[in-house]
Design a protein. Structure first.
Length: 372
């Protein structure tokens, strides 16, 4: 367990609720060094299976909404067991107290619902999962372990009104929009803790919102990476549609002094998340590098505007192509320089306000917000 992830009040739960009890025989631990999932089968290599179960890595337990059963990895990971350190950091941020009622969105293996039930007792935890097989398996494992949260088969985006109001809502699946149902189903003064990201990419950060009537507000706490709710997955970009509207040959050209090292930062950089907050209705894709050149594409989600930046090794300037009414690279470049001018703030200085008229992000001061 990572240092600081396990507070003393959660230590008995970590000891009592064994992660291994919630994992399938065939699973795919994620190798943080190679950034790839590997196959581990308990029936063929029990030592490797238990070593993976005891490790502080995420483990994929379902691919492609159940359409792929292995033995190798599938295309899209759609259910998993999160890193234990991440789970217990989130539980710590949730700040539950005896007697509270919690909605757990995204049952998955059932481990998080089990931990909450161990801490709060039966009758205090409701967990929602959209996949019938995943939900049923989690219920069986929870019952076998003597833990009895209310297990609901349904769309977590809708919450679960029958057991509301809740003191806490915890989502372990990512969203690009905080559902109004979560707000209305939470008591005034209650907390919503969820991975939030934009359509710019898959960069998420946990947001901790305090519910105050129709308005909820709070800071982001840390960068995370979670699978998205099925209704919140990324856009289906068809590049040919954009290039048919404005071809590469007809695009406006320019140059930028931004380098690959400045713009394409590491996995846990805050920059992609911040760009998503600042550039609305935009999705970006980073292509593989070939012969020292890497194209980065930007697609408007409000029209067929697009931009492409070609980053080349050893060159001080990169070529830029743009097409359509929006100058997408101009918007992204402006957002990058704004972030630099603010001192390159990390996600903890940013916050989110949820109100009936929409979502707004802010840096330091909620009064200086902009729509997301």
């Amino acid at each position: 367990m990572a240092s600081g992830a396990l507070s003393s009040d959660w230590a008995p739960t970590f000891t009592a609720v064994d992660r291994a009890a919630f994992l399938p025989d065939l699973m795919w631990p994620y190798d943080l060094d190679t950034r790839a999932s590997v196959t581990v089968d308990k029936r063929e290599d029990p030592d490797a299976w238990y070593a993976a179960a005891d490790s502080n890595v995420p483990i994929v337990t379902q691919w492609d909404d159940g359409a792929h059963s292995g033995p190798g990895p599938g295309k899209l990971s759609t259910s998993s067991s999160s890193m234990p350190a991440t789970v217990y950091l989130l539980l710590q941020d949730l700040a539950v107290e005896d007697g509270m009622r919690v909605l757990d969105v995204g049952t998955g293996t059932g481990e998080t619902a089990g931990a909450l039930t161990h801490r709060l007792g039966p009758g205090h935890v409701t967990t929602v999962e959209v996949d019938g097989v995943v939900s049923g398996t989690a219920r069986e494992r929870l019952c076998r372990y003597g833990l009895y949260p209310e297990v609901v088969l349904g769309d977590g985006f809708e919450g679960y009104a029958d057991a509301a109001p809740y003191d806490r809502v915890l989502a372990t699946v990512g969203v690009r929009e905080i559902p109004g149902a979560w707000v209305t189903q939470t008591r005034p003064g209650g907390i919503i803790l969820a991975p939030f990201g934009t359509l710019y990419g898959n960069a998420d950060a946990m947001v901790r919102l305090e519910v105050k009537g129709e308005v909820s507000m709070g800071h982001f706490t840390r960068r995370v990476e979670f699978m998205k709710l099925r209704t919140q997955r990324g856009p289906d970009i068809v590049a040919d549609d954009y290039l048919s509207a404005g071809s590469l040959a007809d695009a406006d050209t320019d140059k930028t002094c931004l380098t690959e090292g400045e713009f394409l930062t590491g996995q846990w950089s805050d920059l992609p998340f911040v760009l998503g907050l600042r550039v609305p209705a935009c999705h970006h894709k980073v292509a593989d590098k070939r012969d020292g050149a890497r194209p980065v594409w930007f697609y408007s989600l409000s029209d067929l505007s697009w931009a492409c930046v070609m980053l080349r090794d050893g060159e001080a300037e990169a070529e830029v192509w743009q097409s359509g009414p929006r100058r997408l690279w101009g918007e992204v470049s402006d957002a990058y320089h704004w972030w630099q001018d603010q001192g390159s703030p990390d996600v903890t200085r940013f916050g989110l306000t949820i109100a009936p008229h929409g979502q707004r992000a802010w840096l330091d001061d909620p009064k200086e917000s902009w729509p997301v």
